[in-house]
Design a protein around this ligand. Structure first.
Ligand SMILES: [Ca+2]
Length: 194
């Protein structure tokens, strides 16, 4: 029993040393496929976005901005897919601006603009390189992700790159048994987010 414990500790220490080097991966969301007439930019010093769009047909109209899960080709607007919603009027030139649009940790999302007459326009896609907990990088967090985390900790199969970054669910900069504990709490529904 004591020997097993020491082995576990050793593998945790090894994983910690190996994990630290692998955690330098990019974590910030990126803005992609920005529509013509739209500007989408991160505000200086925080994670919020300023989004604006100009279409002279919108002049003076109320517009709704939506951030929903998915990609430009594959999204649905439902109670559970909507991440952000706001409403404001376009100015006399047809320019509508939203401040403080907040991208979440969802891996893929799209920013949509709804005007008075037409269907929603896709203004941009927001992509997050990885989601915390999604060590398998398949876009969902499930038991298999915990298996990969535990294999990493045991030194059986090491996570690298974004997979290793996703394993650091307590965000302390290294992959340890504390992350495995938190992952299990998430999978058991004890905690709802990392
Ligand atoms: Ca960690």
């Amino acid at each position: 029993m004591k020997k097993a414990l020491r082995c576990l500790l050793l593998s945790a220490v090894m994983a910690l040393a190996l994990g630290a080097a692998a955690l330098a991966a990019e974590t910030d969301p990126t803005v992609e496929n920005v529509a013509s007439g739209a500007t989408v930019s991160f505000q200086t010093g925080n994670e919020k976005l300023t989004v604006s769009y100009t279409d002279k047909d919108l002049a003076g109209s109320q517009c709704i901005i939506l951030m929903v899960k998915g990609t430009a080709e594959d999204y649905t607007i439902t109670d559970t897919s909507i991440l952000y919603i706001d409403q404001t009027a376009a100015d006399a030139n047809g320019t509508v601006t939203f401040d403080n649009v907040y991208p979440t940790s969802v891996q893929n999302s799209v920013i949509l603009l709804g005007g008075p007459s037409s269907g929603p326009v896709v203004l941009a896609e927001i992509k997050v390189p990885y989601m915390l907990g999604d060590t398998s990088m398949d876009g969902t967090i499930a038991a298999y992700d915990a298996v990969l985390l535990n294999k990493h900790l045991a030194g059986i199969e090491l996570l690298t790159g974004n997979g290793a970054s996703a394993a650091d669910v307590n965000k302390d900069g290294s992959v340890t048994s504390l992350d495995a504990v938190k992952m299990n709490q998430f999978l058991a529904g004890i905690i709802k987010e990392f």
